[in-house]
Design a protein around this ligand. Sequence first.
Ligand code: ZN
Length: 281
Amino acid sequence: MRKFAGYPIVINYNLHTQLRSRPKELALHQAAKYEAERQLTIKTNTSSDGAIENNLWKKEIDQYEGTVHQMLQKVEANPVGRTVLGLINKQATVWIIPKSDADLKQCNCAQTNPLKFDIPKDGSYARGFGSGDTVIQFRPELEDDTLLHELVHAYRYSYNKYRPIVMDVWDGDTGDIQNSEEFFAHQMETIYLSQANRPLELDYKWARVSDKATIYDFLVKNTKMLQALKGFLRHEYMAMIAAHTFSAVYNPFRDFKSLEAANLMNRSANELPELSPLAGS
Ligand SMILES: [Zn+2]
């Protein structure tokens, strides 16, 4: 278990603890003992494999925690990353744990959920509701910009602001839906990449490599996304800081006015409404 100095972040290699605990968690779930299941999940996510007999997994622990620690240093060396890290609520703890092969098979992605998730009323396995401490399931091969994206989710949860709103989006050919939390995390991730002059991706779903002009054009054609940008600019401190601070070439928060004007060209309205209810309760 390793703390990332100065930030409320703990890197915790617990893969074998997870594998041992999972069948018990499943059994509790199937028996509808949801509170006991949650208690066990919390214990699993905050226990280190270092507690397993004779420190059997010491090499794996050192390797994972060392690599993620280096990755966090890389995030911190980027002004966008440093801002995200610094804004996470210090009353909360962000746990970064490895994602098992089985979990990775289900989704080749990182995931962030509240540590003490709200128990779903419908008996489902949903873990995404709640606030405060969070757990990021992460593998180093997913890279530092993905970690930054998850830290944005963790930040929103840490202030009880995580409220996904579904938006209709399209890429010129196909339509889809996307939620506002993924959109926001993706925007911060893209600004982070741009700040380091690294290749950018069009969108959270349509991840093809694209330049700034192409992505701005895409945003202009997605009115809901512009409304989301506006909502975040009004209600999300991190978006306001992004607009005022980062010199990255790609920064739709800073450039919002011109994106909005391009969207409204040849239309009678002179302002877009913000995506509602982004302000939350
Ligand atoms: Zn995400």
